[in-house]
Each structure stands twice: as structure tokens, then as C-alpha cells.
Design a protein around this ligand. Sequence first.
Ligand SMILES: Nc1ncnc2c1ncn2[C@@H]1O[C@H](COP(=O)(O)OP(=O)(O)OP(=O)(O)O)[C@@H](O)[C@H]1O
Ligand SMILES: [Mg+2]
Length: 274
Amino acid sequence: MIAIAIKNLSYHYPDRTPALLDINLQVKRGLKTAILGMNGSGKTTLLYHLNGVIPVESGEVQVFGTPVVKERITEVRRMVGLLFDNPDNQLFSTTLRNDIAFGPRNLRLEPALVHRKVEEAMQLLSIEDLADRPPYCLSLGQKKRAAIAGLISMEPQVLVFDEPFSGLDPALGRQFRELLDELVSGGCTLVYSTHDVDLAYAWADEVVLMHSGRVLKSGPVDLLCDEKTMMRANLPVPLLGRLFQGWNEKPRTLEEALNLMGSTGLAKGKRLQA
Ligand SMILES: Nc1ncnc2c1ncn2[C@@H]1O[C@H](COP(=O)(O)OP(=O)(O)OP(=O)(O)O)[C@@H](O)[C@H]1O
Ligand SMILES: [Mg+2]
């Protein structure tokens, strides 16, 4: 099933900078789709179209069949939670707890339910200790966690995250990915942008490669090992893709690589020589 359908989408910023040029793309429901591309390739501009932060100039964007247009924006924003790359664009209340409660309150949920959702979201992101602090007093990673908690508390069907892992420490990044994996296995659709090709290789089902406002190619994650396309996108092939080039089996994580090397005797042989 298609979660997001984009047809002939183009966009110019008010100063006439062309940011998106005739984008055609379909994002499948229940998958993790990573958007990759150089700085300025159009990732953020594309993601901002998915819940109407930037209104469609020409072309069409639909979320589960609902067009992303001004008249349907409340409906769309219930379905799509957008995480800005800079959490300062997302946090504005006096305390972090109030900030997280803003979304569920806006959905007019019962106060007791709002309270439960806020507590659950804070627990999931390990920020209960920060609940009464003003967001502007927090570190970047803490602000990011708060912004993510605010989105998760609204239980959107589609999560659109602009560079979600930048600024998170490695342990929190892993914890956060596990949390998102749970949401995705529950049917949630995740679209995220990243500059980390190794992360996308390990942790995406589908990828979209952008360059100069266009989608160069999109498809299953193996696309990241297509050297010609990656060169056109000015991106490196993931490390594991390079290491296991020509192998029948392609491990996507370090654990899978070690298991594969162990089962072929390669790792053992190396240890004996050492
Ligand atoms: N507010 C703006 N006004 C004018 N041009 C803009 C504005 N924001 C972005 N652009 C331009 O639009 C194009 C796409 O930018 P965008 O921010 O979508 O890229 P990106 O792929 O997200 O880059 P990055 O990896 O640096 O986050 C770039 O040429 C950029 O200079
Ligand atoms: Mg960006």
C-alpha cells in the first residue's frame, strides 16, 4: 500500500531558487525510507511538503489518498508528524512537559489521556528528569529527544524526520532506532533524511537519492551499492557494500558481517594469522 504519493512536484523559494524539480515518488506504507543527497539537494524542502509546512506550488502530494492542501491540513497533520532538523523550530513552551502535551491537547484528548501519553513519551525518550525545565536550557540532543517525544505522543501514522540522528549520542541513537523499529512493525511509515550512507544501508528498506532538486533514483536499499548512481549523487558506497562487493550474501550490519565472516572461516583465518 502506498502511504505517500508525489506527482510532478516542483518548488521555487520566494527568491526564485529552484529547490525541487518535477519530483515523482511513492513511499510504501510500513517501511523505512531514507532520503539521501548532498547539502542543498532538496531533502528538507521535500520533507516539508509532506505535511504542508511548504505549500505545494505545482504538482501534487497525497498522504493515504488525502491531498496535502490548505483545506485538508488538519487531517494531514494528524496523519503526518514532522521532525524539523533544528529542534528550536519545534519547541516553544515554558517547560518540556507542556511542549510535549501541546499536540495531544490540540487533538482534544481527555486530560488524563494527555497526561498518560506525555509521561509515556518522556519515558520512551528518557527525558522524565527534564520535564520541568524550559526547552531553551537543554542541550541539542535533549531538545531533539523532546521534539521527538512531542511527535510520538500524537501517534501519527507517518513519521517524517529530517536528520533525526544528528546530535544524538550513539547509545541514544540506537535506543531511538529500536523505538522507531517498534513503531514501524506496528504499521507506522517512516521517512527520514540522512547524510549517513552506512546508517541508511543498515537501517532502511527503501532509499531515495536526490541531486540538485531531482530524484536521481529510488528503490530498495541495495541501490546504495550501485556505484554509478552513487557517483552521480556524489555519495560514497556504504563501507559494508564495498567490503562485500562480489559476495553473494551482502551483510548490512556489522553483526551480520561478523557472522558471515565467521561462517566462512574468514574471521577465524585472520585471527590465526595475527
Ligand atoms: N529559505 C530559503 N530560501 C531560498 N532558498 C532556499 C531556502 N531554503 C533552502 N533553499 C535552497 O533550496 C535548495 C534545497 O535546499 P534544502 O534545504 O532542501 O537541501 P537539503 O538537501 O536539505 O540540504 P542539507 O543537507 O544541507 O540539509 C538549496 O539550493 C538551498 O540553497
Ligand atoms: Mg536539510
